[in-house]
Design a protein around this ligand. Sequence first.
Ligand code: SF4
Length: 340
Amino acid sequence: MKIDLFYPSQVFIEKEALKYSFTYELVKKFEEKNIPIIEEGIKKFTKEMNEQQFFAFSKRSIILGVNKTKKFESCKPSADYQFSLVSGCPGTCEYCYLQTKHACSPYIKIYVNLNDIFDIIQDYINNGLPKTTTFELASTSDPISVEHITGSVKKAIEFFAGQSNGKLRLVTKFSSIDDILNIEHNGNTKIRFSINSDYVINNFEHNTSSLSERVTASKKILEARYNTGFIIAPIIIYEGWKKEYENLLIKLSEELKDYISVNITFELIQYRFTLRSREIILKRFPKTKLNLNEENLLKKWGPYGYYKYVYPKETSNEIKKFFAEVIKKYFPNATIEYFT
Ligand code: SF4
């Protein structure tokens, strides 16, 4: 089913954001749509709510704020560093790792101090010379989900187009990419689409673009000569998984038959959960079909300071072998960047 472009039900403005002209551009857009603008903190409105009400209200709320981060976190294996122009996302994927990372702040925060952020990126690029430094833009949000409101991704792509030693990467489950098709990118941005089997998309990826919308968007991105890739994540094992994932690759290869000589990349990430995420997921999605039972899974230390539960070695090897074979079969010129 096609989803409408997201617009919030209410917008909150942090005091510091009032110093930036971008705030006023955004406010104008919201006013044109008659969206209430509130110059107060969101907490005042959510403090009496239960978890589900709080989550639903937050996912319909945008906050205009200032990103004060001066030091970027690393982002292995995808890129050297990560930065944010937006945090949070109107999508409601049940497994989303932001359930834990942004447990208390599931709203969508748009950062209005873009030039400050670009200055910090420039410092990182300069300090990394003569090497090329790569940056991930989608680790705390899906910025394409609100690009029709912000235009921030477009500005980031144009910033990186002028860099000789900086590369940008982002990933999305949304298809509203038309505004970034006819801009200068200079081959310095890579756009990946997150795709999955019908079972995973239908059961767990609510309020995101459909698979066919994502694939159509990926064709436009290829046509615009961006470096293009796909992330299959999370790879979930269920009855009939091999057949469904193979069907996904068949469908994708048929759609992309005109681009078969292009070096498309795949990133493969297996399903995992933490005890902290389980607690939150069960409160927000009490009827979830996600397997949150740690029995038969492997406990591993995760980079965010939590133990995570992942498929045991034997299953993981089987998944890895399966995807290596089917990707080679349907995308002989593709590269698998990593499997984790
Ligand atoms: S689209 Fe991405 S960021 Fe948004 S909820 Fe889904 S997994 Fe999380």
